[in-house]
Design a protein. Sequence first.
Length: 104
Amino acid sequence: MEFETFTTRLGATGIVVNSHKFIKIKDSKSTILWRCSTKTCRSSCSTDKDKTEILRKPTDHNHEPTTGGLETERIREACKRRAVSEINERATKVVCQEAKEGNL
């Protein structure tokens, strides 16, 4: 099963599985347990420690996937990376360029 990682606004790592966002809730010696980022949803899954494969598939969700928020997270993360690496660029220019590249 395919998944990708992202960084939240607060700097934590999350994963996206089937257009659903998961946040880390527990670390063990060999696995990481993830919970759906929607507070009322009880779906969870687990990955290996290196975040290379899903060990336990996500349980059922009680809501639809959140695709719009995922793109916003990606653009926000890209803007932050560029702002750190290109300190001489104006913030508005960085945001506009990243928004264009994100096809907004």
